[in-house]
Ligand binder design. Structure first.
Ligand SMILES: [Fe+2]
Length: 181
């Protein structure tokens, strides 16, 4: 087994110099941009939804997203960094693709909802991966308060993903199957 090369987790001084800390901050900036970008897109997705269930679930997620942004700002504060957002190419692409998928489906159809659910889940999975990594890095760096805040958001994102699956499987997919192209 390869020997562990470096260990920079124990003291504040070490954390300051750690490349992992820099990676952590960069990832924070990325997800902050991603959340802000998503927050702007969510009202359009809610408006485009056919079913009340999907619309209200997206609206709830918009409120959650506002809180998630506040939590990220708290994390920046906890680690003594200026709140900064750095463009996230992935989220820009995911949102753009979601918009295209919506435009390719009929207004008022449940195929439209299936498309919105699909793109929303791709977005959620990106966020779940990001917050999972951030939470783990925060723990590794000994930033337990930051880790707790990131964990809270991670759980919210997972619940959103589960809720989207439930909406798809409870009626959207079956009803969409009967729709003509
Ligand atoms: Fe989020």
């Amino acid at each position: 087994m390869k020997k562990q090369v470096s260990k920079t987790t124990s003291t504040e001084g070490n954390i300051e110099e750690s490349g992992l800390k820099t990676l952590f901050i960069d990832e924070l900036k990325d997800i902050l941009w991603a959340e802000k970008h998503l927050l702007k897109a969510l009202p359009k997705m809610a408006k485009g939804a056919t079913s009340e269930e999907l619309r209200s679930s997206i609206e709830l997620h918009a409120t959650e997203t506002e809180n998630q942004i506040k939590r990220l700002e708290q994390v920046f504060e906890l680690v003594g960094e200026k709140v900064t957002a750095k463009k996230c190419e992935a989220m820009e692409g995911l949102v753009e693709e979601g918009k295209e998928m919506m435009e390719d489906t009929e207004t008022g159809s449940l195929t439209r909802d299936a498309a919105i659910i699909s793109s929303s889940q791709k977005i959620e999975h990106y966020e779940i991966a990001s917050y999972g990594t951030l939470r783990t890095l925060a723990n590794t760096l000994g930033l337990s308060e930051a880790a707790a805040l990131l964990e809270e958001t991670l759980e919210e994102e997972k619940n959103t993903d589960i809720k989207l699956t439930q909406i798809a499987e409870s009626f959207v997919n079956e009803s969409a199957k009967a729709e003509k192209e």
